[in-house]
Design a binder for this molecule. Structure first.
Ligand SMILES: Nc1nc2c(ncn2[C@@H]2O[C@H](COP(=O)(O)OP(=O)(O)OP(=O)(O)O)[C@@H](O)[C@H]2O)c(=O)[nH]1
Ligand SMILES: [Mg+2]
Length: 360
């Protein structure tokens, strides 16, 4: 999973990136406004994985990972000017955006729009993205019309379907609404995703607030494929630099932060993207894997290795709770009849411990 951190200049993107990844890139009160990208991979903490690992004592314990990219360089006006190739490329690669919005008051940090107004700021980049998507949709519609004129009969039905779909997208964008607000049939969604529209990507909005600021999330109506979180970026970045877990606990208690934002952001991202986890185990490795909710045993096998999907015979599945209830003994799990044999269409549940039987 790849998450792109975006936002206006000086909103605190790099500060948040540091907080989420434990990196230590410099943050400055003046923005260069240039495309500047930082990338880091973090592992997803999972108590269940740790527990399975304590039981098996494998050579290696492998967490699921998330890649964060801090994408500096977006600003008001980028829609009109068009995106540079490298910027477009960075944006296209991410599965979701983490949109950092400045809510903190601090006169020493320049704001390109002068006043602190989180809801306005949120709309700035969103409007630019709406404009960019609208241009893309119109280009596609123009091309579809050209194809119609050439009159290739075999493609006529496909052309009509796609034209209708693109017109629906255009209407949404002309109403200044993001594409993620539309409902799509699953195959439609897969098709539309292929175009990499910016406003179709799910968004986690992060209000970067100071200690005493009001919470802007309250002024925001519910939106589709969107989550919000309010946190104190600068403080969290300082906490992320602490090595001693005791110090971290003291800090969190002092500022009344229940859980560090790096955990909350990961959890919200999994939730936003509709992803959950399954586990594999053995003497060599105990590992957590991400899988979309609704994903089947066959998809789980394919996540591990294409060979496992190709030669799939069946999956041995144990619910994590049953594993714990049996005291972490697979023999006991079997004795209790809690080890299930499942076929390729079995819908994997969160926490399933899976062994794929296969032959190639
Ligand atoms: N007071 C306060 N300052 C913050 C907070 N978060 C970030 N800053 C400051 O705001 C300035 C900009 O932060 P950055 O993290 O560099 O912002 P950015 O969005 O990465 O900026 P560009 O990449 O230049 O667009 C720095 O001086 C930070 O120390 C915060 O929560 N409170
Ligand atoms: Mg930055």
């Amino acid at each position: 999973m790849r998450l792109g951190i975006i936002g206006l200049p000086n909103s605190g993107k790099t500060t948040l990136f540091n907080a989420l990844t434990g990196s230590n890139y410099p943050t400055e009160p003046f923005s260069s406004g240039q495309l500047e990208v930082h990338t880091a991979v973090v592992s997803v903490p999972d108590e269940r994985l740790e527990h399975i690992s304590r039981v098996y004592q494998p050579k290696k314990t492998t967490h699921a990972t998330v890649t964060y990219t801090d994408i500096g360089g977006l600003d008001k006006g980028i829609g009109e000017g068009g995106l540079s190739g490298p910027m477009r490329n960075e944006l296209a690669q991410v599965d979701a955006f983490v949109h950092v919005v400045r809510a903190f008051e601090d006169n020493s940090v320049l704001h390109t729009l002068d006043t602190i107004d989180p809801i306005r700021d949120l709309g700035v980049i969103e409007s630019e993205f709406v404009l960019l998507d609208l241009i893309a949709v119109e280009n596609r519609l123009a091309r579809l019309e050209e194809e119609r004129k050439k009159g290739k009969t075999d493609a006529r039905q496909q052309n009509a379907l796609e034209t209708a779909l693109m017109e629906r997208l255009r209407a949404q964008l002309e109403a200044e609404q993001p594409l993620r607000g539309l409902d799509f049939a699953p195959d439609e969604l897969r098709f539309v995703r292929g175009y990499g529209f910016l406003t179709l990507k799910p968004v986690l909005i992060i209000f970067n607030s100071g200690s005493g600021d009001a919470d802007p999330a309250r002024d925001l109506g519910a939106q589709q494929r969107t989550r919000t979180l309010t946190l104190q970026g600068k403080l969290e970045a300082e906490i992320a630099q602490l090595d001693d877990p005791g110090d971290v606990a003291l800090f969190l208690a002092e500022y009344q932060i229940e859980r560090p934002s790096r955990e909350r952001v990961l959890q919200l991202s999994y939730d936003l993207l509709g992803i959950h986890s399954f586990f594999t185990y053995g003497d060599d490795e105990v590992r957590a894997w991400p899988l979309r909710k609704g994903g089947t045993a066959l998809e789980a096998a394919g996540t591990i290795h294409t060979d496992l999907a190709r030669g799939f015979i069946r999956a041995e599945v144990v619910a994590y709770e049953d594993f714990v209830a049996a005291g972490g003994s697979m023999a006991e799990v079997k004795a209790r009849g809690k080890m299930r044999l499942e076929g390729r269409d079995y819908v994997v549940r969160d926490g399933d411990i899976i062994t794929v039987r296969f032959a190639i």
